[in-house]
Design a protein around this ligand. Structure first.
Ligand SMILES: Cc1ncc(COP(=O)(O)O)c(C=O)c1O
Length: 321
């Protein structure tokens, strides 16, 4: 019996257990197949609900989080939405610190979920909708200030193991179970690297031959070791131009793929128009990268990707003309 077959005590228990769908229409022009994990069906419409639950429950379990203590985190909106849901239900006040460069439906949604949202202006000259590493550094400064001022628990998604563990314990094993363990490759657009790290660890544990590929924006492939020429790309939720990420285990990285803004947009639109999958920029980037694998070394194979969040989060952008 899955969580979908019974009455649940709260929306927290509705996190995870998302469907895995083969992209058969897009697959017609490819040799091989793409399996898409519909993470936008989580209660907060993104995969980040999973890490919100894991980070909070790990901290409750070992006493780092006290009853009623304020929780603070820097977010592009999705982790904040997950934390707003989990903290709201469990009774922790939650403060989300976000760049004004992220789409504003995210801030409105977090406020609706009873979070306090602190918006941090972008660097002079930055473009709304394009959050750079420098913009993120300003958000980090403000987050640290609020944590100190309020004696809060920092739900630090870039460093806490709960981020990776959520995907190692749940997302990865769900994919293996749903696919009968038949996965040849996995590629993932990286922000904190938690999804990649957790799923790759689960996949490598099952079969070390499953190829695991980091996806980065064209012109911002810092993890690949390239110099950053386009920090202000449009693929929200990652591609922060950081050359290292604390949660990433490089021994699980089989290669690096880059995706242009235009390809991420084009595949997100095709996902919606041809597969009925209404997801965001990074989901489009993941499919674009999977197509590269199927047209290259993984021709005829089975590639799995995540549909990270809902297309509804981008209605104020030009993703949807
Ligand atoms: C829409 C979206 N895609 C991709 C990512 C990257 O995921 P991760 O932080 O697990 O690398 C995020 C992270 O916030 C996100 O919000």
């Amino acid at each position: 019996m899955t969580s979908r077959d019974r009455v649940l005590p709260s929306a927290i228990e509705a996190i995870g257990g998302t469907p895995l769908v083969e992209l058969t229409r897009l697959g017609r022009e490819l040799t091989g197949s793409i399996l898409a994990k519909l993470e936008y069906l989580n209660p907060g419409f993104s995969k980040k609900d999973r890490i919100a639950r894991q980070i909070i429950e790990d901290a409750e379990a070992d006493g780092r989080l006290r009853p009623g203590q304020t929780v603070v985190e820097l977010t592009s909106g999705n982790t904040g939405t997950g934390l707003a849901i989990v903290c709201g239900i469990k009774g922790y006040p939650f403060v989300a610190v976000m760049s004004t460069g992220n789409s504003m439906e995210r801030a409105r949604m977090m406020r609706a979920l009873a979070a306090e949202v602190v918006l941090v202006d972008q660097m002079p000259g930055s473009v709304p909708g394009q959050v750079s590493g420098d913009d993120l550094a300003l958000v980090e400064q403000e987050t640290q200030r609020i944590v100190a001022a309020r004696g809060a628990f920092r739900a630090d998604q870039f460093r806490l193991a709960g981020n990776m563990r959520a995907h190692y314990l749940h997302t990865g094993p769900e994919i293996l179970q749903q696919s009968g363990g038949r996965v040849d490759a996995f590629c993932d657009f990286v922000g904190t690297g938690g999804s990649f790290a957790g799923c790759a660890a689960a996949f490598k544990g099952h079969n070390p031959l499953i190829g695991c590929f980091v996806v980065e924006p064209e012109g911002a492939a810092a993890l690949k070791g390239q110099s950053v020429t386009n920090p202000a790309h449009r693929i929200q939720g990652g591609g922060y131009s950081m050359p290292t990420l604390p949660l990433l285990d490089l021994s699980h990285v089989d290669g690096y793929l880059t995706v242009s803004d235009a390809d991420a947009v084009a595949w997100a639109r095709r996902l919606a128009g041809e597969e009925g999958i209404f997801a965001g920029f990074s989901s489009g980037a993941n499919v674009a990268a999977a197509v590269q694998l199927l047209r290259g070394a993984y021709r005829g194979k089975r590639v799995v990707v995540m549909m990270c969040d809902s297309g509804l989060k981008y209605l104020s952008t030009d993703l949807w003309p």
